[in-house]
Design a protein around this ligand. Structure first.
Ligand SMILES: Nc1ncnc2c1ncn2[C@@H]1O[C@H](COP(=O)(O)OP(=O)(O)OP(=O)(O)O)[C@@H](O)[C@H]1O
Length: 295
């Protein structure tokens, strides 16, 4: 049985326009399913309480925030999980090479399971794409104030342009698998499971969500003008060889800032903080569907 977990806030509340096509396709193809609208991420656990991990598959209908909330319960309770990428950005599905067409999403639900990794921040939460501290988190924070007609990448770019005005390089120490790999000024540290977030910014183009590793991306000291000029390279994932970018891989990462920094998990804002401890949980999420042209 497919258990559709529908996030009414996804896609800026325009999910209702897309749902009829999905439901029609499910019926037409003879899938057995139930629908559950959750108003808060915490409701996923409540609705899943009486379901059976042996026979039921949780299907996240929404964007990356929905995927994150459903993945948490799927891993805790041992469910398989599917994704219907009906959010604004759908970075996780995009990086797996998964289209947003409902027909394609349903095809994937009949395919074998792919075990994928999840990132974990202390005891606070998990992420499917990545954790960001510094400039990109600030951009994410500002993007909440963007005009409501903006979605996905344009919305994030709006936040980026505001964050550029307040760009700050703070001292940071990054420890990867017990070894200090960087200590110095930085405007951003991202710890990635997938390649991208922010509606298509390929922050870690070499990352792979089944490799058992986190990709650490450190943005060293940079000025506003230079940062503005390299941002388009990040969208294309062509920034990795730049002199002010450092990339490393590890299973455990500690990031310590000299002062509180903005922080997000998959674009969900957390409280500002000076320290994050992150680890990978290898292949814990049983994701229904084959990886396509991974990017
Ligand atoms: N299962 C859930 N039920 C209700 N609300 C949720 C759930 N999961 C997450 N949310 C909240 O809904 C918001 C929007 O969800 P989501 O991120 O899936 O959509 P989106 O922002 O349109 O997509 P994307 O993150 O791909 O751009 C999240 O930021 C989160 O606060």
């Amino acid at each position: 049985m497919l258990r559709l977990i529908i996030n009414p806030h996804a896609s800026r509340g325009h999910l209702e326009d897309k749902l009829p096509r999905l439901l029609a396709a499910l019926k037409q193809q003879g899938f057995a399913f139930t629908q559950h609208v959750t108003r808060e991420p915490t409701e996923v656990m409540q609705v899943a309480q009486n379901w059976d991990p042996v026979t039921d598959t949780l299907v996240a209908v929404g964007g990356d925030g929905t995927v994150q909330s459903v993945a948490k319960v799927a891993v805790q309770q041992g469910f398989r999980m599917g994704i219907v990428p009906y959010g604004s950005a759908n970075d996780f599905a995009s990086c797996l090479g998964w289209s947003t067409r409902p027909e394609d999403a349903l095809r994937r639900l009949s395919e074998p399971v792919t075990p994928v990794d999840l990132g974990v921040l202390g005891s606070e939460g998990l992420f499917v794409n990545g954790l960001g501290m510094g400039f990109d988190a600030l951009a994410g924070k500002y993007s909440y104030d963007a005009p409501s007609y903006m979605t996905g990448m344009p919305r994030y770019v709006w936040g980026v342009s505001k964050a550029l005005k307040t760009l700050d390089n703070l001292q940071v120490q990054v420890i990867a698998d017990g070894r200090e790999i960087y200590a110095g000024p930085s405007f951003l540290v991202s710890v990635m499971n997938s390649t991208r977030y922010g509606g298509g910014f390929k922050v870690a183009p070499q990352a792979h969500p089944s490799d058992g590793l986190l990709d650490i991306v450190i943005g060293k000291e940079i000025g506003k003008g230079m940062l503005a000029s390299v941002l388009p390279l990040v969208v294309m994932g062509q920034h990795t060889a730049l002199p002010y970018v450092m990339i490393a891989r590890a299973t455990e990462v500690t990031v310590r800032w000299e002062a509180p920094q903005a922080c997000h998990l998959d674009g969900e804002m957390l409280e500002d903080r000076t320290e994050c401890q992150i680890r990978i949980q290898p292949k814990v999420l049983q994701l229904q569907g084959r990886l396509r042209n991974y990017r």
